[in-house]
Design a protein around this ligand. Structure first.
Ligand SMILES: [Mg+2]
Length: 319
């Protein structure tokens, strides 16, 4: 049974907008949002395509939740608080309506947890794969958004949580053999990113630069160093690895180059490092210093023995 667009809006989407005056109950052509005084509006968008950014076999509720989580992670990287979101869904004609319901239930659970609402959007049908787009709006005190371009020589390079789990989780889904406990932990990390919003907010005025890790640690660090006109030195031995990651082969490589971690990677002037650690502990989060920003451009990766690891043309030698 196909779900008509009006049924979809009435039954599934309107409940997501209930409670947000700006959404106008999804009755009008657009949402109307009062601009909070003294705040900048922060806007980001991420899209996910079935078979590319998520697996057809991934539970629909987790796919819907992930769509919102990855966008929230972009707000976290900017030090912003969530305000609301808009969706764009391109639905294959033969998609099971039950899949769509589950997907929206997943979205509903995550929006409730993070306290934001659907403000509007569009649904279309397609002959291609399911495409999910989400535009997120957030706020940050005027002028306080954390940028990528602020890292300075001597700043400590820090990350939240553990690295490489999501990439290893994807490998587990593709057949990497491991124990059930480790498999469940790693797959959960792949399917359920934790946007580090509280940490991002706390880093305003302390971090000199920040990004969320979606492409992989080194690729994302290069975004910071490139824009900041600096280089960096990172020690493989300092990368925070979960017990589950340590138990499978390729953990260090996954931590350096695997994507989808959605942890925060940020730089902190040495004078603020202790304060940042204290804040993270109060938030129940682990933050780890993995290296230092230096003046000389380029990334140096130091192996467990302290010696630089050779890199290839793409940037990184797989080891
Ligand atoms: Mg990002």
């Amino acid at each position: 049974v196909r779900l008509g667009e009006f049924e979809l809006i009435d039954q599934l989407l309107k409940p997501l907008a209930a409670g947000a005056a700006a959404a106008l109950n999804l009755e009008d052509d657009a949402a109307v949002l009062a601009c909070p005084p003294g705040q900048d509006i922060v806007i980001a968008k991420d899209a996910m395509v079935a078979g590319v950014h998520f697996l057809e076999a991934d539970p629909a509720a987790l796919v819907g939740g992930k769509l919102l989580r990855v966008n929230l992670s972009d707000l976290a990287a900017m030090g912003a608080d969530p305000l609301g979101y808009l969706t764009m869904v391109a639905i294959p004609r033969d998609l099971d309506p039950a899949y769509l319901r589950s997907l929206i239930e997943g979205l509903a659970a995550v929006q409730k947890y993070y306290g934001l609402h659907l403000l509007g959007g569009d649904t279309v049908s397609t002959s291609g794969p399911l495409v999910l787009g989400l535009t997120i709006l957030g706020t940050v005190p005027a002028g306080q958004a954390i940028r990528r371009r602020g890292a300075r020589p001597g700043d400590q390079i820090m990350v939240s949580g553990t690295l490489g789990d999501a990439a290893l989780g994807l490998r587990v889904l593709r057949g990497l053999a491991t124990t059930e406990d480790e498999a469940m932990y790693l797959v959960d990390r792949y399917r359920i990113p934790r946007p580090r919003l509280a940490l991002g907010r706390a880093l305003r005025g302390l971090a000199s630069a920040a990004i969320d890790i979606s492409d992989g640690l080194l690729a994302d660090l290069e975004h910071i160093t490139g824009l900041s006109g600096v280089g960096a030195e990172v020690s493989v031995g300092k990368l925070p690895l979960s017990a589950a990651a340590r138990a499978v082969p390729g953990a260090s490589e996954a931590a350096l180059s695997g994507g989808d971690d959605y942890e925060l990677l940020f730089t902190v002037p040495p004078d603020y490092a202790t304060e940042v650690r204290t804040i993270a502990t109060a938030l129940g989060l682990e933050v780890t210093t993995i290296g230092t920003i230096r003046e000389a451009v380029g990334l140096a990766v130091l192996g467990e023995d302290g010696r630089a690891i050779a890199t290839n043309a793409q940037g990184w030698r797989h080891f």
